[in-house]
Design a protein around this ligand. Structure first.
Ligand SMILES: *Cc1c(COP(=O)(O)O)cnc(C)c1O
Length: 382
């Protein structure tokens, strides 16, 4: 079989589709010489709030800063505990620790890779009585584009009186089985416009959604160093502002998001069909699909025992693939003082050694998907 190159992600076809519109709006920003916040950011905030079925949206400098700002606005700080998953991008736990609080990890569901509500409840129950009073919030992550089991997690949060900060960085437009969109369910929802996300800018950017006008107002103040009115600081905030240029670009791209999401969903269906036809459906764990709307930020397969060998094989064949994430957060050296050990979260640890993300971007062609599946079959046949 002839060698093909299939990148994990190629943003160039998407850019070619919208180049003229992007040039027009960025030109308008240049002419306005208004670069920070302003009407472009205001417009994007209204569009994202509507798209995410949330009452409010606050534009920020990145997905990481969205998490930081939401937790700050909810007064998470030194001594507080925050329940979350150890199987996520670093920022999920990093922001908790940067505020002086401590993550309390709970294991994931091996089928969806999202926080397991039973494990989450057990992790809280296992805390001593002094620690129990310090639990302030939970940060479920909608990993790979699929909403975490929010009904069960909301019930747990209600029992423990916890704020719920959805890490929706990989899940814009994803819906739970009740049709509720990521970012509209919890106390706040955090989004990233990092270029490789489903809705990416031309640089860093992010957004926090919520349904509470007062909380949104507090976040608007905190994103400008707590300045309100100007040069008066009742709160210590930071510089978490979104650029007008990024907002203008993301606004253009938002109009195409549903079309691109449909492309990702089609590609996921094609993989399922091709892997089944190739007799590989049992061999590799295909991603579980619940009854909600999965937006496939990633298409992740599970390859027990042979993941690294398959990755090396695919790279040699010209197929881009990636491990999200090779080291669970509880085993990161910077969190060693939290006292977690290997073996504490077996499903997260197993996922870290077995999962592999395949190309799924909207413009991926059928012949490229066929090539990926053929190369994986060749690997198992060898
Ligand atoms: C990308 C990502 C973030 C951070 O977003 P940035 O915009 O890169 O700061 C946080 N959480 C998850 C789950 C992510 O995938």
């Amino acid at each position: 079989m002839t060698q093909m190159t299939v990148p994990l992600l190629d943003l160039k076809p998407q850019y070619r589709q919208i180049r003229e519109e992007i040039r027009r709006v960025t030109e308008e920003v240049y002419e306005s010489q208004q670069f920070i916040l302003g009407p472009r950011v205001g417009a994007l905030e209204a569009e994202i709030a509507a798209y995410c079925q949330a009452g409010q949206a606050v534009g920020v400098s990145s997905g990481t800063d969205a998490l930081l700002l939401a937790l700050m606005a909810l007064d998470v700080g030194p001594g507080d505990l925050v329940l979350t998953t150890p199987y996520s991008f670093f920022a999920t736990a990093g922001t908790i620790v940067r505020l002086g609080a401590q993550p309390v990890f709970a294991d994931i569901d091996p089928l969806t890779y999202n926080l397991d509500p039973g494990a989450a409840a057990a992790a809280l129950e296992a805390l001593g009585s002094a620690s129990r009073r310090r639990v302030k919030a939970m940060v479920p992550v909608h990993l790979y584009g699929q909403v975490a089991p929010m009904e069960a997690l909301e019930a747990l949060a209600a029992d423990w009186r916890l704020a719920v900060v959805e890490d929706a960085a990989q899940a814009i437009g994803a819906e739970d089985p009740r049709g509720r969109r990521a970012g509209s369910i919890g106390t706040a929802g955090c989004f990233s416009f990092f270029p490789s996300k489903n809705l990416g800018g031309f640089g860093d950017g992010g957004m926090v959604t919520c349904n509470d006008a007062e909380l949104a107002e507090k976040m608007r103040i905190l994103r400008m160093h707590g300045s309100h009115p100007k040069y008066h600081h009742a709160l210590v905030g930071g510089n978490f502002r979104l650029d007008a240029l990024q907002a203008a670009i993301v606004s253009v791209k938002l109009r195409y998001l549903d079309q691109w999401t449909a492309g990702r969903q089609d590609n996921a269906a094609t993989y399922r069909r091709l892997f089944t036809e190739a007799g590989l459906a049992e061999r590799i764990g295909l991603p579980a699909e619940g009854t909600g709307r999965h937006i496939y930020n990633q298409f992740v397969i599970r390859v027990p025992g042979r993941r690294d060998a398959l990755r090396d094989h695919l790279v040699r064949c010209g197929v881009g693939c990636e491990i999200y994430y090779p080291i669970p957060l509880h085993l990161q050296p910077c969190f060693a003082d939290l006292g977690y050990e290997q073996g504490d979260f077996p499903e997260s640890e197993r996922a870290a050694t077995e999962t592999l993300a395949l190309p799924i971007f909207p413009e991926l062609r059928d012949d490229q998907q066929q090539y990926v599946v053929d190369r994986i079959r060749a690997f198992f046949d060898a």
